[in-house]
Design a protein around this ligand. Structure first.
Ligand SMILES: [Zn+2]
Length: 65
């Protein structure tokens, strides 16, 4: 008889699937919202939000630049 899965186990598995790790340093990636300014042909600016994945090594890259 198969053991019934608890809710906690299900959640833990779902989080494990979603959690992505950096191929460079192997640390867990976290997402930050970055706003990109985009200049329109008319000279106006628009702001386009995007999600950026960061970890230890991309953090240092951002700090270093
Ligand atoms: Zn990394």
């Amino acid at each position: 008889m198969a053991k019934a899965q608890t809710f906690g186990e299900k959640v833990a598995k779902a989080q494990l699937k979603q959690q992505k790790t950096c191929p460079v340093c192997g640390a867990a990636l976290s997402y930050v919202k970055v706003i990109d300014p985009v200049q329109l042909p008319g000279g106006q600016f628009r702001f386009r939000p995007r999600m950026e994945k960061i970890c230890k090594c991309s953090n240092t890259e951002l700090m270093g630049s």
